[in-house]
Ligand binder design. Sequence first.
Ligand code: CMC
Length: 427
Amino acid sequence: MPQDSLTITDNRTGRTYEVPVAEGTVRATDLRQIKVADDDFGLMTYDPAFMNTAACRSAITYIDGDRGILRYRGYPIEQLAERASFLEVAYLLMVGELPTRQQLDTWTDTVKYHTYVHTNITKFLEGFRYDAHPMGMLLGVVGALSTFYPDAKHIDDPANRELQRVRLLAKAPTIAAFAFRHSRGLPFVFPDNDLDYIANFVNMTFSIGGRHKPNKVLQRALEILLILHADHEQNCSTSAVRAVGSSHVDPFSAVSAGIAALYGPLHGGANEAVLAMLDEIGDKKNIPAFIKEVKGGGGRLMGFGHRVYKSYDPRAKLIKKVADDVFAQTGLNPKLEIALELERIALEDEYFAKRKLYPNVDFYSGLIYQAMGYPTEYFTVLFALGRMPGWLAQWEEMLLDKDQKIARPRQIYTGKDERPFVPIEKR
Ligand code: CMC
Protein backbone atom coordinates (compact mmCIF):
# COMPACT_ATOMS: atom_id res chain seq x y z
CA MET A 1 0.00 0.00 0.00
CA PRO A 2 1.59 3.36 -1.03
CA GLN A 3 2.42 5.56 1.98
CA ASP A 4 1.08 8.72 0.40
CA SER A 5 -2.49 7.57 0.38
CA LEU A 6 -5.63 7.56 2.41
CA THR A 7 -7.60 4.40 3.08
CA ILE A 8 -11.30 5.04 3.34
CA THR A 9 -13.84 2.50 4.49
CA ASP A 10 -17.40 3.27 3.53
CA ASN A 11 -19.44 1.91 6.41
CA ARG A 12 -22.57 2.08 4.28
CA THR A 13 -21.23 -0.68 2.01
CA GLY A 14 -18.22 -2.08 3.88
CA ARG A 15 -16.05 -1.33 0.82
CA THR A 16 -12.53 0.10 1.19
CA TYR A 17 -10.90 2.61 -1.16
CA GLU A 18 -7.37 3.85 -1.60
CA VAL A 19 -7.08 7.56 -2.41
CA PRO A 20 -3.72 9.20 -3.23
CA VAL A 21 -2.53 12.07 -1.00
CA ALA A 22 -0.40 14.71 -2.74
CA GLU A 23 0.72 18.09 -1.35
CA GLY A 24 -1.32 17.48 1.78
CA THR A 25 -4.56 17.10 -0.14
CA VAL A 26 -6.84 14.47 -1.59
CA ARG A 27 -8.60 15.18 -4.88
CA ALA A 28 -12.28 15.68 -4.26
CA THR A 29 -13.03 13.95 -7.58
CA ASP A 30 -11.25 10.80 -6.31
CA LEU A 31 -14.13 10.44 -3.86
CA ARG A 32 -16.62 10.06 -6.70
CA GLN A 33 -15.78 6.35 -6.99
CA ILE A 34 -17.31 5.89 -3.53
CA LYS A 35 -20.89 4.87 -4.24
CA VAL A 36 -23.68 2.93 -2.60
CA ALA A 37 -25.20 1.92 -5.95
CA ASP A 38 -24.07 2.01 -9.59
CA ASP A 39 -26.37 4.92 -10.41
CA ASP A 40 -25.26 6.87 -7.33
CA PHE A 41 -23.52 10.16 -8.26
CA GLY A 42 -20.63 9.36 -5.89
CA LEU A 43 -19.39 10.93 -2.69
CA MET A 44 -18.96 14.72 -2.63
CA THR A 45 -17.40 17.02 -0.06
CA TYR A 46 -19.54 19.73 1.57
CA ASP A 47 -17.46 22.84 2.19
CA PRO A 48 -19.43 26.10 2.23
CA ALA A 49 -17.12 29.13 2.01
CA PHE A 50 -14.20 26.85 1.05
CA MET A 51 -13.10 26.52 4.65
CA ASN A 52 -10.91 23.50 3.90
CA THR A 53 -10.71 23.23 0.13
CA ALA A 54 -7.75 24.21 -2.04
CA ALA A 55 -9.34 25.45 -5.26
CA CYS A 56 -6.05 25.88 -7.12
CA ARG A 57 -2.30 25.42 -6.99
CA SER A 58 -0.56 28.79 -6.85
CA ALA A 59 3.06 30.00 -6.88
CA ILE A 60 2.26 33.64 -6.09
CA THR A 61 1.68 34.23 -2.38
CA TYR A 62 2.50 32.16 0.67
CA ILE A 63 0.72 32.69 3.98
CA ASP A 64 1.28 30.86 7.24
CA GLY A 65 -1.63 32.10 9.30
CA ASP A 66 -0.48 30.55 12.56
CA ARG A 67 2.98 32.03 12.40
CA GLY A 68 1.95 35.36 10.86
CA ILE A 69 4.02 34.92 7.67
CA LEU A 70 3.25 36.55 4.33
CA ARG A 71 5.52 36.26 1.28
CA TYR A 72 5.11 37.32 -2.35
CA ARG A 73 6.93 34.91 -4.68
CA GLY A 74 9.04 33.86 -1.69
CA TYR A 75 10.05 37.36 -0.56
CA PRO A 76 8.98 38.32 2.99
CA ILE A 77 6.45 41.15 3.05
CA GLU A 78 8.57 43.03 5.59
CA GLN A 79 11.50 43.27 3.15
CA LEU A 80 9.33 44.26 0.21
CA ALA A 81 7.56 46.94 2.27
CA GLU A 82 10.87 48.36 3.37
CA ARG A 83 12.84 48.19 0.13
CA ALA A 84 10.68 47.86 -2.96
CA SER A 85 8.52 50.25 -4.95
CA PHE A 86 4.90 49.40 -5.74
CA LEU A 87 5.62 48.91 -9.44
CA GLU A 88 8.54 46.62 -8.56
CA VAL A 89 6.17 44.51 -6.41
CA ALA A 90 3.58 44.54 -9.20
CA TYR A 91 6.23 43.21 -11.60
CA LEU A 92 7.26 40.57 -9.08
CA LEU A 93 3.68 39.37 -8.65
CA MET A 94 2.68 39.57 -12.30
CA VAL A 95 5.91 38.36 -13.96
CA GLY A 96 7.25 36.12 -11.20
CA GLU A 97 10.70 37.59 -10.43
CA LEU A 98 12.04 40.90 -9.18
CA PRO A 99 12.93 43.06 -12.21
CA THR A 100 16.48 44.05 -13.10
CA ARG A 101 17.08 47.81 -13.29
CA GLN A 102 16.52 47.71 -17.05
CA GLN A 103 13.38 45.58 -16.76
CA LEU A 104 12.00 47.95 -14.14
CA ASP A 105 12.69 51.00 -16.31
CA THR A 106 10.96 49.41 -19.29
CA TRP A 107 8.05 48.27 -17.09
CA THR A 108 7.66 51.74 -15.60
CA ASP A 109 7.67 53.35 -19.07
CA THR A 110 5.12 50.83 -20.35
CA VAL A 111 2.79 51.47 -17.42
CA LYS A 112 3.13 55.25 -17.85
CA TYR A 113 2.29 54.95 -21.54
CA HIS A 114 -1.14 53.57 -20.60
CA THR A 115 -2.22 55.91 -17.78
CA TYR A 116 -4.70 57.93 -19.87
CA VAL A 117 -8.30 56.83 -20.26
CA HIS A 118 -10.62 57.51 -23.20
CA THR A 119 -12.28 60.89 -22.68
CA ASN A 120 -15.70 59.23 -22.87
CA ILE A 121 -14.89 57.76 -19.49
CA THR A 122 -14.96 61.23 -17.98
CA LYS A 123 -18.47 61.71 -19.41
CA PHE A 124 -19.47 58.38 -18.07
CA LEU A 125 -18.22 59.34 -14.58
CA GLU A 126 -20.10 62.62 -14.75
CA GLY A 127 -23.28 60.57 -15.04
CA PHE A 128 -22.91 59.27 -11.50
CA ARG A 129 -24.75 61.09 -8.73
CA TYR A 130 -22.67 63.52 -6.69
CA ASP A 131 -22.87 61.19 -3.68
CA ALA A 132 -22.14 57.94 -5.56
CA HIS A 133 -19.90 55.62 -3.57
CA PRO A 134 -16.44 55.67 -5.19
CA MET A 135 -16.22 51.85 -5.06
CA GLY A 136 -19.44 51.68 -7.09
CA MET A 137 -17.89 54.09 -9.59
CA LEU A 138 -14.63 52.13 -9.78
CA LEU A 139 -16.53 48.88 -10.21
CA GLY A 140 -18.68 50.31 -12.99
CA VAL A 141 -15.87 52.02 -14.87
CA VAL A 142 -13.45 49.09 -14.73
CA GLY A 143 -16.22 46.82 -16.04
CA ALA A 144 -16.97 49.34 -18.78
CA LEU A 145 -13.35 49.28 -19.96
CA SER A 146 -14.18 46.03 -21.72
CA THR A 147 -16.33 48.06 -24.11
CA PHE A 148 -13.43 50.42 -24.83
CA TYR A 149 -11.02 47.53 -25.42
CA PRO A 150 -13.04 44.78 -27.11
CA ASP A 151 -9.73 43.16 -28.13
CA ALA A 152 -9.41 42.14 -24.45
CA LYS A 153 -11.60 39.13 -25.13
CA HIS A 154 -8.68 37.42 -26.92
CA ILE A 155 -7.51 35.89 -23.71
CA ASP A 156 -5.67 33.04 -25.47
CA ASP A 157 -3.08 35.43 -26.85
CA PRO A 158 -0.28 36.03 -24.29
CA ALA A 159 0.74 39.41 -25.79
CA ASN A 160 -2.86 40.56 -25.66
CA ARG A 161 -3.24 39.46 -22.04
CA GLU A 162 -0.08 41.37 -21.19
CA LEU A 163 -1.40 44.52 -22.83
CA GLN A 164 -4.70 44.36 -20.93
CA ARG A 165 -2.97 43.68 -17.62
CA VAL A 166 -0.74 46.72 -18.09
CA ARG A 167 -3.75 48.79 -19.11
CA LEU A 168 -5.56 47.87 -15.91
CA LEU A 169 -2.57 48.55 -13.69
CA ALA A 170 -1.94 51.89 -15.40
CA LYS A 171 -5.52 53.14 -15.62
CA ALA A 172 -6.74 52.09 -12.17
CA PRO A 173 -5.16 55.12 -10.39
CA THR A 174 -6.55 57.47 -13.05
CA ILE A 175 -10.08 56.08 -12.66
CA ALA A 176 -9.77 56.06 -8.86
CA ALA A 177 -8.61 59.67 -8.82
CA PHE A 178 -11.40 60.70 -11.21
CA ALA A 179 -13.95 59.07 -8.90
CA PHE A 180 -12.52 61.09 -6.01
CA ARG A 181 -12.71 64.35 -8.00
CA HIS A 182 -16.27 63.61 -9.07
CA SER A 183 -17.36 63.13 -5.44
CA ARG A 184 -15.96 66.54 -4.62
CA GLY A 185 -17.23 68.31 -7.72
CA LEU A 186 -13.66 69.05 -8.78
CA PRO A 187 -12.42 69.05 -12.38
CA PHE A 188 -10.47 65.95 -13.39
CA VAL A 189 -6.69 66.21 -13.33
CA PHE A 190 -5.10 64.20 -16.13
CA PRO A 191 -2.05 61.96 -15.63
CA ASP A 192 1.35 63.63 -15.46
CA ASN A 193 3.74 60.99 -16.72
CA ASP A 194 6.79 62.87 -15.48
CA LEU A 195 5.71 61.75 -12.03
CA ASP A 196 6.11 58.27 -10.64
CA TYR A 197 3.11 55.94 -10.14
CA ILE A 198 2.26 57.06 -6.61
CA ALA A 199 3.08 60.76 -7.06
CA ASN A 200 0.96 60.84 -10.21
CA PHE A 201 -2.01 59.29 -8.40
CA VAL A 202 -1.70 61.71 -5.48
CA ASN A 203 -1.43 64.63 -7.88
CA MET A 204 -4.51 63.56 -9.86
CA THR A 205 -6.39 63.22 -6.57
CA PHE A 206 -5.40 66.33 -4.66
CA SER A 207 -4.04 68.94 -7.08
CA ILE A 208 -6.12 72.10 -7.23
CA GLY A 209 -5.32 74.63 -9.92
CA GLY A 210 -2.02 72.85 -10.59
CA ARG A 211 -0.96 73.46 -7.02
CA HIS A 212 -0.16 70.49 -4.88
CA LYS A 213 2.77 70.34 -2.51
CA PRO A 214 3.96 66.73 -2.60
CA ASN A 215 4.88 65.20 0.73
CA LYS A 216 7.38 62.42 0.09
CA VAL A 217 6.84 60.80 3.50
CA LEU A 218 3.09 60.51 2.94
CA GLN A 219 3.62 59.25 -0.61
CA ARG A 220 5.99 56.53 0.58
CA ALA A 221 3.53 55.63 3.35
CA LEU A 222 0.77 55.23 0.74
CA GLU A 223 3.12 53.16 -1.41
CA ILE A 224 3.85 50.83 1.51
CA LEU A 225 0.14 50.44 2.20
CA LEU A 226 -0.46 49.50 -1.44
CA ILE A 227 2.41 46.98 -1.28
CA LEU A 228 0.91 45.41 1.85
CA HIS A 229 -2.40 44.97 0.05
CA ALA A 230 -0.96 43.78 -3.28
CA ASP A 231 -1.88 40.11 -2.92
CA HIS A 232 -3.27 37.78 -0.31
CA GLU A 233 -3.70 34.47 -2.11
CA GLN A 234 -7.25 33.05 -2.41
CA ASN A 235 -9.24 35.73 -0.55
CA CYS A 236 -12.85 36.55 -1.45
CA SER A 237 -12.12 39.11 -4.21
CA THR A 238 -9.30 37.07 -5.78
CA SER A 239 -11.53 34.01 -5.77
CA ALA A 240 -14.17 36.16 -7.48
CA VAL A 241 -11.67 37.23 -10.17
CA ARG A 242 -10.63 33.62 -10.70
CA ALA A 243 -14.19 32.28 -10.75
CA VAL A 244 -15.50 34.92 -13.15
CA GLY A 245 -12.29 34.76 -15.24
CA SER A 246 -12.70 31.00 -15.52
CA SER A 247 -15.64 31.64 -17.85
CA HIS A 248 -13.00 33.17 -20.19
CA VAL A 249 -14.54 36.60 -20.03
CA ASP A 250 -12.16 39.56 -20.60
CA PRO A 251 -9.97 40.69 -17.65
CA PHE A 252 -11.82 44.00 -17.16
CA SER A 253 -15.03 42.13 -16.40
CA ALA A 254 -13.22 39.60 -14.21
CA VAL A 255 -11.44 42.31 -12.20
CA SER A 256 -14.65 44.30 -11.78
CA ALA A 257 -16.07 41.19 -10.07
CA GLY A 258 -13.09 41.34 -7.72
CA ILE A 259 -13.80 44.99 -7.00
CA ALA A 260 -17.43 44.10 -6.24
CA ALA A 261 -16.30 41.44 -3.76
CA LEU A 262 -13.83 43.80 -2.14
CA TYR A 263 -16.60 46.39 -1.65
CA GLY A 264 -18.24 44.23 1.05
CA PRO A 265 -17.81 45.15 4.75
CA LEU A 266 -16.41 41.74 5.65
CA HIS A 267 -13.62 42.17 3.10
CA GLY A 268 -12.13 45.48 1.86
CA GLY A 269 -14.98 47.52 3.28
CA ALA A 270 -13.78 46.68 6.79
CA ASN A 271 -11.37 49.65 6.91
CA GLU A 272 -14.32 51.98 6.35
CA ALA A 273 -16.31 50.08 8.99
CA VAL A 274 -13.44 50.47 11.50
CA LEU A 275 -13.67 54.24 11.29
CA ALA A 276 -17.45 54.13 11.68
CA MET A 277 -16.95 51.91 14.74
CA LEU A 278 -14.37 54.29 16.26
CA ASP A 279 -16.78 57.17 15.68
CA GLU A 280 -19.55 55.21 17.35
CA ILE A 281 -17.35 54.48 20.38
CA GLY A 282 -16.41 58.15 20.50
CA ASP A 283 -14.40 58.03 23.72
CA LYS A 284 -12.03 55.67 25.47
CA LYS A 285 -14.40 55.43 28.41
CA ASN A 286 -17.01 53.77 26.20
CA ILE A 287 -14.72 50.91 25.11
CA PRO A 288 -15.61 48.38 27.86
CA ALA A 289 -19.32 48.75 27.08
CA PHE A 290 -18.62 48.34 23.37
CA ILE A 291 -16.54 45.19 23.94
CA LYS A 292 -19.30 43.79 26.14
CA GLU A 293 -21.82 44.37 23.37
CA VAL A 294 -19.60 42.63 20.79
CA LYS A 295 -19.11 39.66 23.09
CA GLY A 296 -22.84 39.45 23.59
CA GLY A 297 -23.34 39.07 19.83
CA GLY A 298 -24.25 42.72 19.18
CA GLY A 299 -21.93 43.24 16.21
CA ARG A 300 -18.27 42.61 15.49
CA LEU A 301 -15.07 44.31 16.42
CA MET A 302 -14.24 45.53 12.92
CA GLY A 303 -10.60 45.21 11.86
CA PHE A 304 -10.23 42.14 14.08
CA GLY A 305 -10.13 38.51 13.05
CA HIS A 306 -9.15 36.80 9.85
CA ARG A 307 -10.02 33.56 8.11
CA VAL A 308 -6.36 32.67 7.70
CA TYR A 309 -4.37 34.57 10.34
CA LYS A 310 -4.78 33.08 13.76
CA SER A 311 -2.03 35.31 15.12
CA TYR A 312 -1.13 38.98 14.59
CA ASP A 313 -1.56 39.87 10.90
CA PRO A 314 2.01 40.75 9.75
CA ARG A 315 0.58 43.57 7.66
CA ALA A 316 -1.04 45.12 10.74
CA LYS A 317 2.37 45.16 12.47
CA LEU A 318 3.96 46.99 9.52
CA ILE A 319 1.04 49.39 9.29
CA LYS A 320 1.53 50.47 12.87
CA LYS A 321 5.04 51.60 11.92
CA VAL A 322 3.71 53.48 8.90
CA ALA A 323 1.18 55.18 11.17
CA ASP A 324 4.00 56.64 13.27
CA ASP A 325 5.63 58.18 10.16
CA VAL A 326 2.34 59.58 8.92
CA PHE A 327 1.16 61.04 12.21
CA ALA A 328 4.57 62.69 12.66
CA GLN A 329 3.70 64.66 9.51
CA THR A 330 -0.01 65.22 9.94
CA GLY A 331 -0.42 65.40 13.71
CA LEU A 332 -2.11 62.71 15.74
CA ASN A 333 -5.49 61.37 14.63
CA PRO A 334 -7.52 61.52 17.87
CA LYS A 335 -9.16 58.22 16.96
CA LEU A 336 -5.78 56.51 17.17
CA GLU A 337 -5.92 56.70 20.94
CA ILE A 338 -9.28 54.93 20.94
CA ALA A 339 -7.95 52.31 18.50
CA LEU A 340 -4.82 51.61 20.57
CA GLU A 341 -6.87 51.24 23.74
CA LEU A 342 -9.43 49.06 21.96
CA GLU A 343 -6.65 46.80 20.72
CA ARG A 344 -5.08 46.59 24.18
CA ILE A 345 -8.35 45.68 25.88
CA ALA A 346 -9.38 43.19 23.19
CA LEU A 347 -6.02 41.41 23.21
CA GLU A 348 -6.29 40.91 26.96
CA ASP A 349 -9.85 39.64 26.75
CA GLU A 350 -10.48 35.90 26.88
CA TYR A 351 -13.23 36.05 24.22
CA PHE A 352 -10.78 37.31 21.57
CA ALA A 353 -7.84 35.22 22.80
CA LYS A 354 -9.87 32.00 22.70
CA ARG A 355 -10.99 32.67 19.14
CA LYS A 356 -7.52 33.85 18.08
CA LEU A 357 -8.84 37.24 17.01
CA TYR A 358 -6.05 39.78 16.39
CA PRO A 359 -5.99 43.10 14.55
CA ASN A 360 -5.94 42.62 10.78
CA VAL A 361 -4.66 44.89 8.01
CA ASP A 362 -7.76 47.07 8.18
CA PHE A 363 -7.60 47.99 11.84
CA TYR A 364 -5.10 50.85 11.40
CA SER A 365 -5.09 51.49 7.64
CA GLY A 366 -8.24 53.63 7.74
CA LEU A 367 -6.77 55.95 10.36
CA ILE A 368 -3.76 56.52 8.13
CA TYR A 369 -5.85 57.11 5.03
CA GLN A 370 -7.96 59.59 6.94
CA ALA A 371 -4.87 61.46 8.13
CA MET A 372 -3.73 61.62 4.48
CA GLY A 373 -6.95 63.39 3.56
CA TYR A 374 -9.02 60.58 2.06
CA PRO A 375 -12.68 60.33 3.06
CA THR A 376 -13.79 57.04 4.64
CA GLU A 377 -15.80 55.85 1.63
CA TYR A 378 -12.60 56.10 -0.42
CA PHE A 379 -10.53 53.69 1.70
CA THR A 380 -11.62 50.56 -0.14
CA VAL A 381 -10.71 52.18 -3.45
CA LEU A 382 -7.14 52.49 -2.13
CA PHE A 383 -7.27 48.82 -1.15
CA ALA A 384 -8.40 47.99 -4.71
CA LEU A 385 -5.48 49.95 -6.21
CA GLY A 386 -3.11 47.94 -4.05
CA ARG A 387 -4.77 44.60 -4.87
CA MET A 388 -4.76 45.16 -8.65
CA PRO A 389 -1.41 43.41 -9.36
CA GLY A 390 -2.52 40.45 -7.22
CA TRP A 391 -5.79 40.06 -9.11
CA LEU A 392 -3.97 40.30 -12.44
CA ALA A 393 -1.29 37.81 -11.41
CA GLN A 394 -3.89 35.34 -10.17
CA TRP A 395 -6.05 35.76 -13.28
CA GLU A 396 -3.10 34.91 -15.55
CA GLU A 397 -2.05 31.98 -13.38
CA MET A 398 -5.60 30.61 -13.44
CA LEU A 399 -5.74 30.80 -17.25
CA LEU A 400 -2.41 29.02 -17.66
CA ASP A 401 -3.28 26.27 -15.15
CA LYS A 402 -4.17 23.12 -17.05
CA ASP A 403 -6.12 21.81 -14.03
CA GLN A 404 -8.57 24.72 -14.17
CA LYS A 405 -11.96 24.65 -15.84
CA ILE A 406 -14.98 26.91 -15.58
CA ALA A 407 -15.72 27.27 -11.85
CA ARG A 408 -18.85 25.36 -11.06
CA PRO A 409 -19.42 24.11 -7.52
CA ARG A 410 -21.85 21.33 -6.68
CA GLN A 411 -24.75 21.60 -4.28
CA ILE A 412 -26.77 19.46 -1.93
CA TYR A 413 -30.32 19.92 -3.10
CA THR A 414 -32.64 20.54 -0.14
CA GLY A 415 -35.78 21.57 -1.99
CA LYS A 416 -39.05 19.82 -2.78
CA ASP A 417 -39.29 16.57 -4.70
CA GLU A 418 -41.02 16.62 -8.07
CA ARG A 419 -44.60 17.90 -7.85
CA PRO A 420 -47.19 18.85 -10.47
CA PHE A 421 -47.80 22.49 -11.40
CA VAL A 422 -50.75 24.00 -9.53
CA PRO A 423 -52.97 26.40 -11.57
CA ILE A 424 -53.13 29.86 -9.97
CA GLU A 425 -56.83 29.59 -9.02
CA LYS A 426 -56.05 26.45 -7.00
CA ARG A 427 -53.13 27.83 -4.94
N1 CMC B 1 -15.45 40.51 16.40
C1 CMC B 1 -16.06 39.68 17.27
N2 CMC B 1 -16.14 38.36 17.12
C2 CMC B 1 -15.58 37.84 16.00
C3 CMC B 1 -14.92 38.65 15.06
C4 CMC B 1 -14.87 40.03 15.29
N3 CMC B 1 -14.25 40.84 14.41
N4 CMC B 1 -14.46 37.87 14.05
C5 CMC B 1 -14.82 36.63 14.36
N5 CMC B 1 -15.48 36.60 15.54
C6 CMC B 1 -15.98 35.42 16.26
C7 CMC B 1 -17.24 34.86 15.63
O1 CMC B 1 -18.40 35.43 16.20
C8 CMC B 1 -17.09 33.40 15.92
O2 CMC B 1 -17.42 33.20 17.27
P1 CMC B 1 -18.20 31.84 17.71
O3 CMC B 1 -17.23 30.73 17.45
O4 CMC B 1 -18.52 32.04 19.15
O5 CMC B 1 -19.41 31.76 16.85
C9 CMC B 1 -15.58 33.15 15.80
O6 CMC B 1 -14.98 34.41 16.12
C10 CMC B 1 -15.13 32.71 14.42
O7 CMC B 1 -15.63 33.66 13.48
P2 CMC B 1 -16.02 33.32 11.99
O8 CMC B 1 -17.01 34.32 11.51
O9 CMC B 1 -16.36 31.88 11.88
O10 CMC B 1 -14.61 33.53 11.27
P3 CMC B 1 -14.40 33.70 9.72
O11 CMC B 1 -13.08 33.12 9.43
O12 CMC B 1 -15.56 33.17 8.95
O13 CMC B 1 -14.41 35.28 9.53
C11 CMC B 1 -13.75 37.51 9.24
C12 CMC B 1 -13.30 36.04 9.26
C13 CMC B 1 -12.57 38.40 8.81
C14 CMC B 1 -14.88 37.69 8.19
C15 CMC B 1 -14.24 37.90 10.66
O14 CMC B 1 -13.20 37.75 11.59
C16 CMC B 1 -14.82 39.31 10.71
O15 CMC B 1 -16.01 39.49 10.42
N6 CMC B 1 -13.99 40.34 11.08
C17 CMC B 1 -14.44 41.70 11.07
C18 CMC B 1 -14.41 42.24 9.66
C19 CMC B 1 -12.98 42.51 9.21
O16 CMC B 1 -12.18 43.11 9.93
N7 CMC B 1 -12.69 42.12 7.95
C20 CMC B 1 -11.39 42.37 7.35
C21 CMC B 1 -10.65 41.12 7.07
S1 CMC B 1 -8.93 41.45 6.67
C22 CMC B 1 -8.97 42.29 5.19
C23 CMC B 1 -9.45 41.48 4.07
O17 CMC B 1 -8.89 40.42 3.81
O18 CMC B 1 -10.37 41.95 3.41
